[in-house]
Design a protein around this ligand. Structure first.
Ligand SMILES: Cc1cc2nc3c(=O)[nH]c(=O)nc-3n(C[C@H](O)[C@H](O)[C@H](O)COP(=O)(O)OP(=O)(O)OC[C@H]3O[C@@H](n4cnc5c(N)ncnc54)[C@H](O)[C@@H]3O)c2cc1C
Length: 569
């Protein structure tokens, strides 16, 4: 390896990665007076980097294509909503996919990680999501129950702010909510159509504030949340947690630092983190009393698998071969329609914080009627007069003819973005043995660090669920008088990782033979090693994972602070 320089200070806690997990641990520990070093593979960001109030065409690279720009660029992986330097460069940091598998891995590289531009759908897991095996005999139970984590959902909601209204639904537990913004006209249509079908559609639960909170001003509904919020009205680990934590004086931040290996002593405890300083290409070390790995589910697994020594030749905390196993993603598909009832409306401002309506799973007590286990929720998109993205006209131009002003008028009146309504299903996945990541023995990244190879196979349960989503979407859209758009046709078997909710790989459990971490997300066999990101997830509910990542990380951080106080770490 390159020259190794060891820093002499011994830090109480080194946190690796600054997304939802790492940001939460940093804030909680700093507030409790613990001195931490936060190591992040990407650069620092400032409020000026968050580019709201700009046209898509003025942004580097994506020119309106939005999050999934590769759909329009022949499969080449392009950046997410951010400028190019915030993402993992696929050439510098490749990953591989095993023959016969299909998997996509979206990674951010900057302070705050993917929380700077995530969708901010902020949902609590339900009671049965923590005990899925008890519920339907499939998958695995978590070592904790809803009651263990509920106080941390409360703390997270009080601190970051989440919109919503109490509904008393088992599938969508209520929280401590900020007043939600009113529904938009097309959302009222959707709500009415759902009611006709016996489906309840409710106010969206988004990590956005509508009244001031902790010095942050409320949302002004510009609608450009996808590039971060320049006034900090939604949640991002950067401006909501890490910047305030830095003001406590308890946080040292090291950026452009790619952790390569956890260094251990003869007893197997972690004593240092070896990392690549990406600005110089040299290898460095920081010494630590304890370490929290929060590099995101698969990166955390990669770091553990790459941390080999004579006492753990297959990677750290991997005595039972479980690191990398039981990788899951959300089950997803989508459908849109043109709804004539919305045609010819005067142009008016329908911006806001994304969707203001969502449909929680409505068949929680009727799952025996279905040919798949578990369930899904539906996120509502389209409608309104938002700024169109690249490719928006795919379903428009083939329906109208002519040129010049009459053509523009026809598009505006009848088929423009205001008349399109879209649904995205987000469903539970049951962990299986065929979905995992491992170190690819034949490939290294730019810094010589072995990369991950992904394996992926959907089961019938997920495929059947996807089919049910499409039947539901069609029923709702047609009951609104909509005509379902034929294009783009959803892939029959979409790649894993495509919904960007990958979790698992470093799972928690009561049994050290079948899990990596205990119920506090501490490695069973490495007492000063904790994991705080999507890695500890035991199974994947239909809920988007970030709220649970934050709540779990909060719980782990408080436990770690306690253990430090008692000198147990
Ligand atoms: C466009 C988009 C929309 C999304 N929408 C939603 C949504 O609406 N709701 C929801 O719940 N989730 C959503 N997600 C997913 C959400 O972003 C993730 O669940 C969440 O950010 C995961 O947090 P994390 O801390 O595990 O990882 P990340 O946020 O990915 O942060 C990991 C950090 O670790 C750093 N890192 C990685 N490896 C190393 C290393 N070796 N050394 C040092 N640092 C390292 C990375 O640079 C990164 O900053 C969305 C994601 C995207 C991209």
């Amino acid at each position: 390896m390159a020259q190794i320089a060891a820093r002499s200070d011994v830090h109480d806690v080194v946190i690796i990665g600054s997304g939802a997990g790492g940001g939460t641990v940093t804030k909680v520990l700093a507030d409790l007076g613990v001195k931490v070093l936060l190591m992040e593979a990407g650069p620092m960001v400032s409020m000026g980097d968050f580019k709201m109030l700009r046209t898509p065409a003025s942004m580097v690279w994506h020119r309106g294509a939005g999050e999934h720009a590769e759909a329009y660029t022949g499969g080449r992986q392009t950046p997410l909503s951010f400028d190019a330097f915030y993402r993992a460069d696929a050439d510098d940091e490749p990953y591989t996919v095993a023959d016969g598998s299909s998997f996509r891995w979206f990674r951010s590289r900057c302070i705050g990680g993917r929380t700077n531009h995530y969708g901010r759908v902020q949902l609590r897991y339900a009671d049965y999501d923590f005990k899925p095996h008890d519920y339907d005999g499939l998958g695995f139970n978590w070592p904790i129950a809803y009651a263990d984590i509920a106080p941390y959902y409360d703390k997270a909601e009080r601190f970051i702010g989440v919109t919503g209204k109490a509904e008393g639904l088992r599938s969508a537990p209520d929280g401590i909510f900020q007043e939600p913004a009113p529904l938009k006209p097309h959302e009222i249509l959707v709500q009415r159509a759902c009611a006709k079908l016996g489906i309840k559609a409710i106010n969206a639960r988004q990590a956005v504030i509508t009244s001031p909170l902790n010095g942050r001003p409320p949302c002004h509904y510009c609608g450009q949340c996808g590039r971060g919020c320049a006034q900090g009205s939604n949640y991002a680990a950067s401006y909501t947690q890490i910047f305030p934590a830095m003001k406590t004086g308890n946080v040292t931040v090291v950026t452009n630092a790619m952790a390569r290996e956890l260094v251990t002593d003869a007893s197997g405890k972690v004593t240092a983190v070896a990392y690549i300083d990406k600005t110089t290409g040299t290898e460095q070390q920081v010494r630590c009393r304890s370490v929290v790995v929060s590099a995101s589910a698969c990166e955390s697994a990669r770091l553990l698998l790459n941390s080999k020594a004579s006492g753990h030749p297959d990677g750290l905390a991997n005595e039972n071969g479980q690191v990398g196993r039981y990788l899951t993603d959300t089950v997803g598909t989508s459908m849109s329609a043109q709804v004539p009832a919305l045609a010819g409306m005067p142009v008016f401002n329908t911006d806001g914080y994304g969707a203001h309506l969502y449909i929680p799973w409505w068949m929680v007590d009727r799952h025996k009627e279905l040919d798949f286990p578990r369930g899904y929720h539906v996120e509502v998109g389209g409608g309104g007069f938002g700024m169109p993205g690249l490719g928006f006209g795919a379903n428009t131009y083939n329906r109208v003819e002519g040129y010049g002003l009459p053509l523009k008028q026809a598009i505006r009146d009848n088929y423009g973005p205001g008349t399109t309504i879209g649904f995205s299903g987000r469903g539970a996945m049951i962990p299986n043995e065929d979905c995992y990541c491992e170190i690819d023995p034949g490939k290294k990244d730019k810094w010589g660090i072995p990369v991950l190879r992904f394996h992926w196979k959907w089961r019938d349960s997920e495929n059947h669920q996807r089919a049910h989503m499409r039947e539901t979407f069609r029923a709702i859209l047609e009951s609104m008088g909509g005509t379902v758009n034929a294009t783009p046709a959803p892939p029959a078997s979409p790649p894993g990782g495509g919904i960007i909710h990958e979790v698992g790989c470093v799972r928690m459990g009561d049994d050290p033979k079948t899990s990596v971490l205990d119920k506090w997300c501490r490695a069973h066999h490495v007492p000063n090693l904790f994991v705080a990101d999507g890695g500890p997830f035991v199974s994947h509910a239909d809920k988007n994972p970030t709220h649970t990542i934050i709540a779990l990380a909060w719980r782990t951080a408080e436990h770690l602070a306690d253990e430090l106080k008692k000198a147990n770490v």
